[in-house]
Design a binder for this molecule. Structure first.
Ligand code: SF4
Ligand code: ZN
Length: 729
């Protein structure tokens, strides 16, 4: 163990603990000990302190205990010539640093100015973390890089960031070197930042580095199911991170004492640090999988080195197009003034259509563009567009056409500079000027689809050919065939009922963080994350018979009304590790299905109204059951059976099997406006089927009622049918 690193980290920790003490004293003087402190929209208080100590602070006075604890961890600063044989004191200094930084940051929220402004994100709330953090645990993001400091040139900053994005590695940014944070360099270069693009600028202050770790601890709590209580759980949380969250620190530019202290904090999590300057290395393994601190590493080799040191395995297939491609670019938007060409929406006639053909009818890899190419259109042109994809495979089935077709959105959006929304004949695509300048053409849509379909669906897709049409007369001529196919598919899908099939599909993808959770997916009830329908389950099983989805025979029906089958129960018992023995697919009260944490919506019973309310992820206001989405999510998730609450996929709401055991659709007394709007057509149709065409107007939303009293008076006024139904419990 190097004495210099230890000395500098411990010195840095002293500085940061002192700063936190000072700021806390000032806060107490200004506001008093009872003044409320909190980060926005979390129920983990100060997550790092909560995770490590099991305490939830809510007043300024509560922070004293945290700082006292940090102080107690602080080792004395060793004199320069003392040899420290162990990492111990350095690691403690790192923890003291993180406790103190979290206090410094939460005081900014309490007293202002808030650390979230412009592009700076500051604290990430639980809702966003639940949605995004899952990707860290299930492998969609192989890991995260916490970058502190900046590079000498903006060009180098962008290059490092693009490399991380292409490898799907989430990036957190904080602190500065030479007066700059890398996030500022990206802003100067117009790089889009935010959770959508995997680039999260936490803050310029060194103390903002703690946000990366308070996300790491919440990942262990949310997805690892660890409830903080004390030392044992604190250790579990650190080990969870070491084993599951592949993170590392990239220190760019001068590494001062405070940065040393933060690196020491990260080592507790098993996160190593890689620096481009010459600092002392800690090479032997111990806490981290391999080395702890590696330096100096040339900047253009840092990402590669970090991946090696953290022991990350990254498999990305290289797609032969002139712009980077990967999930980090999926959420990126192309603004009007950046648009090189526009397709669909109100701008031009457009559609995309994937069809199955016989093996001999498809020439694999053939990509044809009929009509002018992208570079023949003027900047900002609206382009008529048809993307026709022919797929053949020995195990391909017509049912899989829609499964594959829905992937067009993701695959195309993942190209940097391509924004894609919608599907079928309701698409809107923008291609940026920059992508055009880089040489991106319409034929590259074909290259992407060919490469991704073969790569992601190897067992059902053997051959792919793609044709792009960019002349209006062709688009018009071909559209009727596509529309006819869409209609036939919808027809077939709506004819699929739970009664008409013998097997349902399971999904166990979320067991990695909710070990007892199983989704049972039936034709009339999709997976709660909204991403898997019965057909998807079927296709996924064909693609990978040993993957997360498998067929489950229904067996004897135990209750048609509640949706309970012996075969499903037997399967559940085994796959939930004997934690659960019964599921009723259509009941919110008797043995309801469990939730992992990815639900699109939560249904909650409102006993006073004799009905249920539904709130979608992303709605942050109060709801009539007295809880916000985040609080509800905390009590429903984790694979527990919680009668009265249900996490569901959005489309289940308009299914005929929607809590049919309790009377179904008519039980809905309240739902968010956003959800009502999103499902508007389907809801109307469902109401008509029930013979109550004006039912949808009887459902309250947040513009009508927030409290139970307001809700009840509205329901009485509109004579909501739930009031006259049998008591729910
Ligand atoms: Fe997770 Fe269920 Fe979605 Fe599968 S269907 S990914 S288990 S939420
Ligand atoms: Zn899940």
């Amino acid at each position: 163990m190097s004495k210099i690193i230890a000395t500098r980290a411990i010195k840095g920790a002293h500085k940061i603990v002192d700063r936190a003490k000072n700021e806390l004293a000032k806060a107490i003087e200004a506001k008093g000990k009872d003044f409320q402190v909190s980060f926005p929209d979390t129920h983990y208080s100060l997550p790092f302190a909560y995770a490590m100590l099991g305490i939830k602070a809510s007043r300024i006075g509560d922070l004293i205990e945290i700082i006292d604890y940090a102080q107690s961890l602080l080792p004395p600063v060793p004199s320069e010539n003392v040899w420290l044989p162990y990492l111990g004191p350095t690691l403690d200094a790192g923890m003291a640093t993180l406790f103190s930084e979290e206090v410094i940051e939460v005081l900014k929220y309490a007293l202002g100015p808030s650390p979230s402004y412009d592009y700076w994100v500051g604290f990430t709330n639980d809702a966003i973390l639940r949605e995004q953090g899952i990707k860290l645990v299930d492998g969609r993001m192989p890991g995260f890089a916490a970058i502190v400091g900046s590079t000498p040139t903006n060009e180098e900053a962008v290059r490092i960031i693009r490399e991380l994005q292409e490898k799907r590695i989430l990036v957190f940014m904080s602190a500065s070197a030479n007066g700059k944070c890398i996030a500022e360099q990206l802003a100067e270069e117009n790089v889009q930042m935010g959770w959508d693009t995997f680039l999260v600028p936490h803050g310029k202050d060194i103390s903002a580095t703690v946000y990366a770790l308070n996300i790491a601890v919440r990942a262990a709590i949310m997805f690892g199911g660890i409830t903080p209580k004390g030392i044992k759980e604190a250790k579990d949380i650190l080990i969870y991170n070491k084993n599951r969250v592949n993170a590392f620190v990239l220190a760019l530019g001068e590494v001062d004492d405070e940065k040393h202290a933060n690196a020491a904090g990260a080592i507790n999590f098993g996160f190593p640090a890689i620096a481009d300057t010459d600092i002392d290395q800690i090479l032997p393994t111990g806490i981290c999988k391999y080395e702890h601190v590696v330096s100096p590493v040339e900047r253009d080799k840092m990402v590669q080195k970090a991946i090696e040191v953290r022991g990350l395995k990254i498999t990305t297939e290289k797609i032969d197009i002139p712009v980077p491609h990967g999930p980090a670019f999926e959420g990126e938007r192309v603004r009007k003034e950046q648009t090189g060409a526009e397709i669909g929406a109100k701008f031009s006639k457009a559609f995309e259509y994937l069809r199955m053909k016989k093996l001999e009818g498809v020439e694999d890899g053939k990509i044809t563009v009929i009509g002018p190419e992208l570079d023949e259109f003027k900047d900002g042109s609206a382009v008529p567009f048809a993307l026709v994809i022919d797929v053949a495979g020995r195990k391909m089935q017509p049912d899989f056409e829609s499964v594959l077709e829905r992937r067009i959105h993701t695959f195309l959006s993942e190209a940097m500079g391509v924004m894609h929304t919608g599907q079928r004949n309701m698409i809107w695509v923008r291609i940026s000027k920059e992508a055009r300048k880089a040489g991106f053409k319409f034929r590259h849509f074909g290259v992407i689809m060919h490469s991704k379909l073969l790569h992601d669906f190897p067992s059902i897709v053997d051959k792919v050919s793609v044709t792009v049409y960019t002349k209006e007369e062709d688009v018009e001529r071909l559209l009727p065939e596509a529309l006819k196919a869409f209609d036939e598919r919808d027809e077939r899908l709506s004819g699929l009922t739970d009664e008409s099939v013998d097997v349902f599909y399971s999904c166990k993808l979320c067991q990695s963080y909710a070990p007892n959770h199983v989704c049972i997916i039936s034709p009339q009830r999709l997976g709660l994350c909204g991403a898997y329908s019965w057909l998807d389950g079927k296709a996924a099983f064909e693609i990978n018979p040993t993957g997360g989805n498998e067929p489950v025979s229904k067996g004897t029906c135990l209750s048609e009304e509640k949706g309970e089958w012996q075969g499903i129960n037997d399967y559940l018992y085994v796959k939930s590790n004997k934690a659960l023995s019964r599921f009723s697919l259509y009941s919110i009260i008797d043995a309801p299905t469990t939730s992992c944490g990815c639900f699109e919506c939560i249904i909650a019973l409102i006993p006073e109204a004799n009905g249920v309310m539904i709130v979608n992820r992303g709605f942050s206001e109060m709801t009539p059951c007295g809880m916000k989405f985040t609080t509800l999510a905390g009590s429903v998730g984790g694979g527990e059976q919680v009668p009265g609450f249900l996490g569901v996929g959005k489309l289940y709401i308009t299914s005929k099997k929607f809590i049919s055991a309790e009377g179904g659709f008519k039980r809905i007394v309240w739902m968010t406006k956003e959800l009502k709007d999103a499902l508007s057509d389907r809801m109307k149709k469902r109401a008509e089927e029930m013979g109550e065409p004006d039912f949808v107007d009887k459902i309250a939303d947040e513009t009508i009622a927030i409290t139970t009293e307001e809700l009840l008076s509205f329901l009485e006024k509109v004579k909501h049918p739930a009031l006259a139904m049998p008591a729910m419990m």
